[in-house]
Design a protein around this ligand. Structure first.
Ligand code: ADP
Ligand code: MG
Length: 265
């Protein structure tokens, strides 16, 4: 049976991330000056921008590693750092914030694996040590993740026995181990030797293809062009321009975007 199209309309998908008028200062230095950004489920958003434009601070605010001064950030229908009780917003306890942060995985420039733990132990550390998951189940999932990133045979290797690219892929698996709804990447390839960048980007591209929702800060324009659904250009604590990668990267409308991109050609 068919239904008349005019009677039933498709429900528009809700954004997984909604940032509204996000402000953040460090002392008198206003670093974020009113950021608005929506990210839809399954979307891959690449944030570009010059050093000091507030990209890392914005990611850290989404993950509540920094508290915002004004505005709001909602991830998966929960306001980060706050909850609605009796019609009023209340600050969350540290414990409740920790629960919120389980929805979000983050990968940093410096991978910071625990040096005295194997790849497998690094990956199960948060699920078992923090979230009290069953060890055997966490190990099984960690092995699945290692297989997805092509490092099954390195499960029992220590970080010093892995290349930088392999370490960063393990760090990605570690972030995925808590089954986040959202993954944040802050210049994940910037600390790597050039020949090791490709394998990490390939892992990230696989995750993007699998439908993971990702916000990626990177200077890898090729990754932005091929893997991003949307490119956001930030400068001076605001979003200057955003759109499809082929538009923003090839035909940017703002002079600051053009100036920034001219350095990569
Ligand atoms: P980006 O990632 O785009 O390079 P950042 O978000 O790291 O930019 O930094 C933006 C500005 O905020 C810089 O001027 C930086 O010095 C400042 N900043 C970032 N974190 C802190 C902090 N914890 N304390 C004081 N200033 C900070
Ligand atoms: Mg940064």
């Amino acid at each position: 049976m068919t239904i008349a199209a005019e009677k039933i309309s498709p429900v528009p998908a809700e954004p997984l991330v909604r940032a509204r008028n996000v402000h953040k200062s460090f002392g008198s230095n206003e670093v974020l000056k009113g950021i608005d950004l929506d990210v839809m489920p399954g979307e891959v958003v690449v944030i570009l921008g010059p050093s000091g434009s507030g990209k890392s601070t914005f990611l850290r605010c989404i993950n509540h590693l920094e508290a915002i001064d004004r505005g709001s950030i909602v991830v998966a229908d929960e306001q980060i750092g706050y909850e609605l009780r009796n019609g009023r917003l209340h600050k969350l306890s540290d414990r409740a914030i920790a629960v919120q942060r389980r929805k979000i995985g983050m990968v940093f420039q410096q991978f910071n694996l625990y040096p005295h733990m194997t790849a497998l132990e690094n990956i199960i550390e948060a699920p078992v040590g923090v979230h009290k998951q069953n060890r055997r189940e966490a190990q099984a999932y960690a092995m699945e993740l290692l297989s997805r990133i092509g490092l099954t045979e390195k499960a029992h290797a220590y970080p010093r026995q892995l290349s930088g690219g392999q370490q960063q892929r393990v760090a990605i698996a570690r972030a995925l181990a808590i089954k986040p709804k959202l993954m944040l990447f802050d210049e994940p390839t910037s600390a790597l030797d050039p020949e090791l960048v490709g394998e990490v980007l390939a892992t990230m591209r696989d995750l993007a293809d699998q439908g993971l929702t990702m916000i990626v800060v990177t200077h890898e324009i090729g990754f932005a062009r091929e893997a991003a659904d949307r490119v956001v250009f930030m400068d001076g604590g605001v979003v200057v321009e955003q759109g499809r990668p082929e538009v923003v990267l090839s035909n940017p409308s703002h002079p600051r975007t053009r100036l920034f991109l001219s350095r990569f050609i």
